[in-house]
Structure formats: C-alpha cells, structure tokens
Ligand binder design. Sequence first.
Ligand SMILES: [Zn+2]
Length: 453
Amino acid sequence: MVEFQAGQRIALWGGGEALVGKLLGRGGQGAVYEVTVDGKPCALKWYTCHLQDKAAFKENLRQNIEDPGRSLAPDDKFLWPRFLTEDLGAGKTESFGYVMALRPPEFTDFPAILNGKDGKGGKVAFASTEVMILAALNLVNAFRSLHRKGLSYQDLNDGNFFINTETGDVLICDNDNVTPDGKVNSGGVGGKPGYMAPEIVRGDAHPSERTDCHSLAVVLFKLFFRHSPLQGAAYEKLPCMTEKREMELFGTNPVFVYDPDDESNRPVNGVHNNVIKLWPLFPQFFRDAFILSFAKGMKDPQVRMTDNAWQKLLVRLRDEWYVGCPSCGKAMFLGDNDAAADLQCSGCSASFSYPRRLGLKQGSVLYNIPLFPGKKLYACHIVKDSDDYRTVSGEVVMNKNNPSLWGIKNLSPETWRIKPPGGEVKEIAPGGAVPIGPGLTINFAAASGNISE
Ligand SMILES: [Zn+2]
C-alpha cells in the first residue's frame, strides 16, 4: 500500500503536481490527504482497494474530469474530481488518485448529524427545522442536477455528503462512481447495505438513476425520522444477521416499517423510539411519499418518488411549518389540521386558532402558507415555472411601531397588486409591504393569492 508523507510531491496526469499535507481520513476504498495544487488547498483521494477494472474506472474518472458535458460538476454542491494523478508504486501496490476541492470545516458528516454528536464531545443539531428542510431540498436538488445531466451516482449512502447545519448547504463527495445512467460503474460498487435498492441486493439490477432515488429516499427518511426504513420488528427478531437473513430483509422480502398493508415490520416500542415519536409529527402528504417509495416502490422502481417530486414536496413541507403556539412558541406542521378547528399544542396542550394564511395558486399548484413574522415566500411560489426554492421573494414582517400589525414585504423585483374586499386595487412596489388582512387578494406576476378570513 502506498503511504504518503507530508511534503511529498505527486505528479498529476497531464502535468503539474500535488504537494501532500496531512492525512484526513481512511475509508473502505482508500485514504484522503490534504494537498496543495497551484498554491490552493485541495483533497486527494488515493485508492488502496482492489478496483474491479482499474483501467475502465480510471477512464470513467478521466471523462468526469475532462469530457465536455461531464467535466463541469452538475452544480456547486459537488466536490467534483479536478485532476487525476499519475500511477505510483509497482505490481499489486500500483495505484492512483484524484484531486478534488477540500471540504470546509463548517460541513458535518451525516452520521454525526444522525448521532447528534461530532465525536469530539460537541453537539450537532440543525439551526432550525426550516434549515433541516433546506438541507433536504439542497440534497434532492443536487441529485436532480446530476440525473438531468444523464448521470447516475450509484453509491449514495451516509458517507458521501456533508451538511452545514447552520445554513442547510450540502456538499457531495465521492463522485468517482458517477457514470452515465445505464452504464455500470467499473469500480464494481453496488452500494452500501441499508441504502441499496432491493433489486441490487438481489442481483437483479445494476445501480442506476432509479436505484439512486431509492437511496435518496433512505437518506431523507433517516434525516427526518432518524431511523432506517426497513428496521422494525422483523429485523429485531434475529439477534445476529446472517447473509441469508440479510438477503430476505433487504432483497427478497423488504417490508417498510410503516407499510399500510403489512404490519410485520413495525417499529418496536422501547427500541425504535425516534421514529415512533417523529413519524406522526409530519403531515400525511409527506408520510405518503415514503409509503409510496418504500411500500410500492420497493417492488416497482418506476413508482418511486423522483428527485423532482421530492423537491416539490419539500417546498410544500417547508411552507406548512408554523412557528406558532402563543403560550410556549412550539412549532408544528399545519398539514392535516382542519382550518375550521382550533389547533392544540403538542408541547403545552394550549389550544389556539388556526393561523391566518396565504392560499397561493400558480397554474395548477396550490400552496398553503401560514403567515407569521419571519415566514418567507420564495421565487418558486410566485415566478412562472420557477423551481427556485432559495431566492426569497417576500417575508412576513411586523410593523415597527405597532407589532400587532403584520405585512408581507415585497422582496421581489416585481410590483404586486393587492385588493382588499370591497376596496380598490393598489400597487405594492419592490420594498413595500402588503398589509395582512382577511380576504385580501394579492396578484403576483404569475400567481394569485388570497389571505384567509
Ligand atoms: Zn404550546
């Protein structure tokens, strides 16, 4: 095995060199070092494992770096390969690596997020639920960009992406198995147990865009429910996992823990407390997406939620988040609650009226946005055909002199038109604010909204 020392120089394929710094970590496939290329800090992944077809693997990596159409990362969320190295060593130890951007320290690995601890005694938690949803949106959007380039990732698991828990930004590494969809990666990688689609576990299919979507659903389930979708009573029955049992649970007879038609693998009280507590807190439309992906989608890859469908659903989930109990401030999803009835706080049991909200329609898409200070409208809500879930177009603000008066500040470049019931049409220019009042109509350029009574 080739080991590098700090200060060593490694020749890059096609010219140039990488100056080795400290060892950052070791994984199943190889080691990652901090390196400097052209004076810039980067990361070097050096393969120490056996690659099924090394020449083809290297060629695919070279194409990801150099070929037009593949050479640019699908978007800035990918730590895309930048340079290949020359081979080093001889015989069995002969190997190579590639250089990518260095992960900034503010990005945390997914296992630390799931454990709530960083391994150095520090706590890891999202700044807010909205930030957690934004992280999910960014992750889903990154894979959508990748898939839209005709590529598939092929090995999505908890080890290959990082999240900034303050901002929701994500970074995806390990882009060395990324291959044109329909083509098998030459590293011989099928995926990680627990994240692999059942058809791969059974040996019936190779990794693809469809199996990526299964892995993506597993990651989302873990992010929101802090549990694995297939670990329930059936999984707990056997104290040790044999190959035959693993094949049954993850390949030939996988049963989602909340499969509505099969209760055999329900979460176990006292063992799977996270998922038992969290599952009912999310709206039914969100839970239905996992039921579709893991109940029907387990058997039929074509019905699985796509990255695009997840993106739309997560926008809706974020919309329905309401920070609202007037007694204790606890937040909740409006989701399944009846707008005509009072809400009851799951924290302090206080009951309070359903919040005033903006019903928004763009084409055939409906949004239901509770209005409270800090709530944001995004470009995807009001700009025609926009799927931009990051650009803020409006925000609910409090009147400085009278905090009981709320308005929606126009942060978009467009003028909005409003009409109070029985009143005159008025224009709200960028920077102005719409006074929130019952029955008010707002016409955005490509959408129209109505504030509830
Ligand atoms: Zn409360």
